[in-house]
Design a protein around this ligand. Structure first.
Ligand SMILES: *Cc1c(COP(=O)(O)O)cnc(C)c1O
Length: 351
């Protein structure tokens, strides 16, 4: 094994997936972008195994990466764009649900295929995509020409005012046409309360489709471990230069060359450095590595996070170890902290 490895305690992870799925009415598993570090194909396989009926992908090119491993419906979260030829071709695909966020596009999509499956997006306070609530009435006559799968409402993460906004927008939309509500970032209990409240006493609750990505795939951090292989180790003396940037080493020690660089997403997180003036003053006074202009790396060696010698390279990083630390051996694996929504690992290993 070399490079960056994500080890997955697959039984614990799947148990967590089942718990989230069981607690989420109308779960729509979200698999987009880098596949939350696991890859889109892997998430498609897990969704299939979990038995969810609908998978959401972020963008049109992602559909083909999941459609073989996953047998249910695939909803594309990025709204339809008529300039995108592949998006036009997917309209009318019986397994694909197209998100439409503009009235002109709804009309256009209705003309592309017979009864294409669509969800219509309502603009929220995020102001990302969607039709303005006061324009929704114009959607009504167009719905006869499509297979209307519901309204989609993508709420901001902030909890304050979220329920009220969801209620206001959903009510406006449901007054135009009844249909399932596709929601993000609203906890299941709130969504269920909303669906009962909108339906009114005695009526069946409004059907819910709750989209979940991060909380489904990444919440169980105990079920995974990320490591980097040590590629080389070199002694360095105080005052000697190292790295691309030929920085002067502030003390005797070792340069450990470890797998993982910008192409893996290493260093994309703001490096944890002392930010207050007081902590800067303290580190200057103690002559720490931070005062020497180094940044803390996500790699741990000998039980502690270590400092970067310089910014990560494309596929490896140089980290500094003081001389008193026993250096790792080439081929050892050391823990690396990765934010999996921005990381690309070399392999996922089930344990
Ligand atoms: C990405 C996305 C989600 C999933 O977000 P998480 O925070 O990862 O759960 C849900 N809905 C929409 C519209 C998205 O684009």
């Amino acid at each position: 094994m070399t490079g960056i490895t994500l080890r997955l305690d697959v039984e614990r992870w799947r148990e967590h997936l089942r718990v989230v799925a069981g607690a989420t009415p109308g779960l729509v598993a979200v698999a987009k972008g880098n596949g939350y570090g696991f890859g889109l194909r892997r998430l498609a396989e897990e969704s299939e195994r979990l038995g969810v009926d609908t998978l959401a992908v972020g963008a049109v090119p992602e559909v083909e990466q999941v459609r073989e491993a996953f047998s249910g419906d695939i909803v594309v979260l990025t709204p339809f764009d008529r300039a995108d030829e592949r998006a036009r071709l997917l309209v009318g695909d019986p397994r694909v649900i197209t998100t439409v966020s503009r009235i002109e596009d709804l009309e256009y999509v209705a003309g592309l295929a017979a009864g294409p499956r669509v969800v219509v997006e309502v603009l929220t306070s995020m102001r990302r995509h969607g039709i303005l609530p006061d324009q929704l009435a114009r959607v009504s006559p167009l719905l006869a020409r499509v297979d209307f799968c519901g309204w989609t409402i993508h709420l901001p993460l902030r909890t304050e005012g979220r329920y009220a906004e969801a209620e206001r927008l959903a009510r406006t939309a449901l007054d135009v046409a009844p249909g399932p509500l596709w929601l993000s970032h609203l906890p299941a209990e709130e969504a269920e309360a909303l669906s009962r409240q909108l339906a009114g006493a005695g009526a069946d609750p409004v059907p819910l489709r709750l989209r979940v990505g991060t909380r489904l795939w990444l919440d169980h951090s105990g079920a995974r471990q990320t490591t980097a292989t040590v590629l080389d180790v070199h002694p360095v003396r105080r005052g000697e230069r190292t790295g691309y940037r030929q920085r002067v080493s502030p003390m005797d020690g070792w340069v450990a060359v470890v797998a993982g660089g910008t192409s893996h997403g290493i260093g994309l997180e703001a490096p944890t450095a002392a930010t207050t003036l007081r902590s800067r003053a303290i580190s200057l006074a103690t002559g720490s590595l931070e005062a020497a202009g180094l940044a803390l790396s996500p790699y741990s060696i000998g039980g502690r996070a270590r400092w970067f010698v310089e910014p990560p390279h494309m596929q490896c990083s140089l980290v500094f170890l003081p001389r008193r630390v026993t250096p790792p051996q080439v081929g050892d694996e050391v823990p690396v902290r990765l934010r999996l929504t921005t990381a690309t690992v070399d392999q996922v290993v089930d344990v």
